[in-house]
Design a protein around this ligand. Structure first.
Ligand code: MN
Length: 326
């Protein structure tokens, strides 16, 4: 299929490049660096060769979220966003942008998000999970009360918020002890991000801000497969609800969330997501440069789904959700 749009497509600036070390064996690190730092050259060739018209670009992970000093986090976010704006300006027909946000300080994050959307024309934000605030051990999730006003700003800006994975810090990752292979995309990324999404839902965030649009990668980080069970465990027990959200988890998942195919090129998994949320809420992505564009495209272009759904998932859902000029 030609004209595909991708939404989880990363780059790095020199200050954040090292954050991506360790996700590939040493002999691949030079190639990963080259891919992360390139925007206008090989990246465009990959897109041309695989029917990808546009990437909405985002900074690598955890980057800004792992900088404990709020002012330092803000300064790296601003630097990355300004760099990205310059890159997009060179090829706005091929690249658009997600903002990096210093959520260590909700007011700074809101101000930077407003600047990125209103002045730089960014299409949303991509945030790498929890933020470490003040010290490396202080991990804060965005259902916390201090983010109440921030979410109001996001809803008013009316652009999506992409909740992207990061690894848990070592002291919070004891369950993976002795099994480092479980970290990252194998398992820990999905677990971490799915729990964060469930925390947002349970907090009542989407009752207060029903127009918020949250994007999850990797075909929903396992949530489509588990959504029924989350709402229906022990259904014979009439126990009072223990969280503020008014509706079922499934209702919020179907109304406030969008899922991308990033890094999860599996038709069986796509069909489960289709059955849970429908083809209007699933969008093509690759997870470049951690996954290959050709792997994503060759799978998606031939996956056993209807051509109408292929067009929606590959292109038109993104054009509509992000108001792309395509
Ligand atoms: Mn990614």
């Amino acid at each position: 299929m030609i004209g595909k749009v991708g939404l989880e497509e990363h780059f790095a600036i020199p200050e954040t490049l090292q954050d991506s070390a360790g996700f590939v064996p040493g002999e691949y690190w030079i190639e990963l660096c080259r891919r992360l730092l390139d925007i206008q050259d090989d990246r465009l060739r990959q897109m041309d060769d695989n029917g990808m018209e546009m990437m909405v670009l985002s900074l690598n992970a955890p980057a800004v979220q792992a900088i404990a000093s709020p002012t330092q986090a803000n300064s790296i976010a601003v630097r990355a966003n300004d760099f990205l704006a310059e890159q997009v300006a060179r090829r706005p027909d091929r690249f658009q942008a997600f903002a990096a946000l210093p959520l260590q300080d909700p007011d700074m994050a809101a101000a930077e998000f407003e600047r990125c959307v209103k002045q730089l024309g960014f299409k949303g934000a991509l945030v790498n999970g929890f933020s470490q605030i003040g010290s490396a051990e202080n991990c804060v999730y965005y259902d916390a009360p201090q983010y109440a006003d921030f979410w109001g700003v996001v809803e008013k800006l009316d652009v999506p918020f992409y909740l992207h994975p990061r690894n848990p810090i070592p002291s919070w990752a004891q369950i993976y002890g002795g099994h480092p292979w479980l970290m990252g995309p194998t398992w820990a990324f999905g677990q971490e991000t799915a729990v964060h999404a469930l925390r947002l839902i349970a907090s009542g965030l989407f009752d207060r801000h029903p127009d918020l649009k949250i994007v999850l990668g990797h075909m929903g980080e396992g949530l489509p497969y588990s959504m029924w069970r989350i709402d229906n465990r022990n259904a014979w027990v009439k126990a009072p609800k223990t969280y503020p959200a008014k509706k079922t988890f499934g209702e919020y998942f179907q109304n406030n969330f969008y899922l991308t195919t990033s890094g999860n090129f599996r038709t069986q998994t796509l069909i489960d997501a289709l059955l849970e949320v429908g083809s209007d809420r699933i969008l093509f992505s690759t997870d470049w440069p951690f996954e290959n564009v050709d792997h994503a495209a060759q799978w998606f272009d031939t996956a056993s789904i209807s051509e109408a759904d292929r067009l929606k998932i590959g292109r038109t859902n993104a054009v509509n959700l992000f108001n792309l000029d395509l």
